[in-house]
Design a protein around this ligand. Structure first.
Ligand code: SF4
Ligand code: SF4
Length: 215
């Protein structure tokens, strides 16, 4: 998908990433992975986003609950994010529901394993967490890179995603402040995780979450 700049705002992303590390570093670096909760970290990121988006920015963003047309891409997910998602599933689902999630993820992995980004889009396999109404069933804990994507036109997104990998993609207008903010938070979280001795690399969302569900 090609990207064009929409509106943006003055903001020092480097200074902000340092402040995130200063505030949340000790928590992310020292806690046992299975006890990690990112509620405060994600809350801070969302608060800065809502302060940084002007009213005009928000009016331009077409994304909303029930769209989800873009939820058919490989989402790069960090280990701390995957732990946070698993903690959320464990705290909100029954044992039977966890078993259903596990089966769905297993089927999904069989279908998308090894697909690169273009092949994944061409496969039209929606995210395992997208529900029948087109809503994200893990919305409060969804990955940062899911939060980075916006568009000014939902139909342009659908058209772009329906093109075959050999066709020329149409430009999609997105909010670059939101994109850079979420990507900065992603990098800061990866750095904190590495400092704590973890693996700072990302994995496709289902591949990152599935094994942790069985620890
Ligand atoms: S990026 Fe496009 S497809 Fe995704 S939620 Fe926004 S408008 Fe819908
Ligand atoms: S985690 Fe949620 S927002 Fe992200 S791709 Fe899946 S359904 Fe969409």
């Amino acid at each position: 998908m090609q990207i064009l700049t929409s509106t943006t705002t003055e903001f020092d992303f480097y200074v902000w990433s340092q402040s995130l590390i200063a505030e949340f570093g000790a928590q992310v670096m020292s806690v046992q992975p299975e006890q990690l909760r990112l509620e405060d970290f994600l809350g801070r990121v969302e608060k800065v986003l809502s302060r940084g988006l002007s009213g005009e920015d928000q009016r331009h963003i077409a994304c909303g609950a029930g769209c989800g047309a873009c939820c058919c891409v490989n989402v790069a997910t960090l280990q701390p994010e995957a732990h946070n998602i698993v903690a959320h599933l464990r705290s909100t689902c029954s044992a039977a529901e966890l078993g259903e999630w596990s089966s769905r993820m297993e089927q999904m992995l069989a279908m998308i394993c090894g697909l690169d980004d273009e092949e994944r889009i061409a496969s039209s396999q929606p995210c395992v967490f997208l529900d029948q109404q087109g809503r994200c069933s893990i919305y409060p804990v969804r990955p940062l890179l899911c939060r980075s994507v916006t568009s000014t036109c939902a139909s342009a997104c659908r058209a772009a995603l329906q093109l075959s990998m050999f066709e020329e993609p149409q430009p999609i207008m997105m909010n670059m402040f939101q994109k850079e903010l979420m990507e900065t938070a992603f990098t800061a979280l990866a750095l904190m995780w590495c400092e704590g001795g973890g693996d700072g690399r990302s994995q496709e969302l289902t591949a990152a979450v599935y094994p942790l569900l069985h620890l």
